[in-house]
Design a binder for this molecule. Sequence first.
Ligand SMILES: *Cc1c(COP(=O)(O)O)cnc(C)c1O
Length: 383
Amino acid sequence: MTTKPAASETGDPLLLTPGPLTTSASVKQAMVHDWGSRDQGFIAINKMVLEKIVELAGAQGTHVTVPVQGSGTFAVEAMITSFVPKSGKLLVVINGAYGQRAKKIAEIAGRAVATYETPEDTPPDLARLEKMLVDDKAITHVFAVHCETTSGILNPIAGIAALVKKQGRRLLVDSMSAFGAIEIDARNVYYDALAASSNKCLEGVPGLGFVVCRNSALADCKGNATTLVLDLFDQAEGFAKTGQYRFTPPIHVIVALGKAIEEHAEEGGVAGRGKRYRENAKVLIDGMRAMGFQTLLPNDLQAPIIVTFHMPTDPKFVFQNFYDGLKDRGYVIYPGKLTVADSFRMGCIGRLYPDHMRGALAAVREVLDEMRVTNGGPALAAE
Ligand SMILES: *Cc1c(COP(=O)(O)O)cnc(C)c1O
């Protein structure tokens, strides 16, 4: 290897992962100050951040953003345990690890749970889902994942929302890996709550989850929560009264998110961000297929967020060497997490541009050559 490794604006390896992600130098630079949590300057920035998120969601006047200190899962757990009452029942739509995680959260919190599970490469069947709601009147809430990051599949969230509303139930959405890049507009997609975080498509740094909550539904959540820190009703009440967090907020993360949202707007908002990610995904998928690699998903199910590739079956291909060779060249990829197939993943999100994807493809080619692997396909021994 003779060429200089690829690097982010601050000289770090590029993260082709599901998060945390490569961020811009200016987002990181926003963090080199201190603020008091009761400082008017910080309170104003936080308020702006929460209002901008409601705007991005198309939810002005109907919803409020309630932030949760922690990673995205903290927001998902806060959403489920604050919105589903102890007497409620949650139907969890599962086709990957994040659906499984939601089920576990509900079970630990002692909520009644039903599941509708399909394989990781298969979206839920809407007629089947609707029938489950018709047949089980005890179900009060439905939980669905927008882009299931386990495989990269885009689930039919608008269709799910329409049938849940038609059946008079409440929808909770995990849009963690899609929000900010794939449109989900609350004026068209009816939900009570949607969880996402600072560090995925908004390109902030990790440390803040948030839930976009329907005002009328949140008002009914008093006393539902099974923990103090994840009580969205209480957290929202704190903001309404004082504009402040109940407990120490990740100040630097929130200020950086404010900068990241500014850059998101400069790029053209959800449409602009989504366009760049779709270009990244197209360059990556076309280039990998040209080397024989096969994607798990057909194009029509693939979200432009993260791409799952079947592991090549050439015995000369050793994943650890592949991973290390790419890392040496400045590209960090991600192992697979699938049960249906041996795989690895490459992400398209974060501060990455199509030229970065072309660089990653050249690095893949070099590492394959070093391993003397001529074809990245899984079909050699598989069939
Ligand atoms: C990243 C992600 C989460 C949250 O994961 P954390 O590691 O807790 O930030 C939840 N759901 C989906 C679909 C995700 O992609």
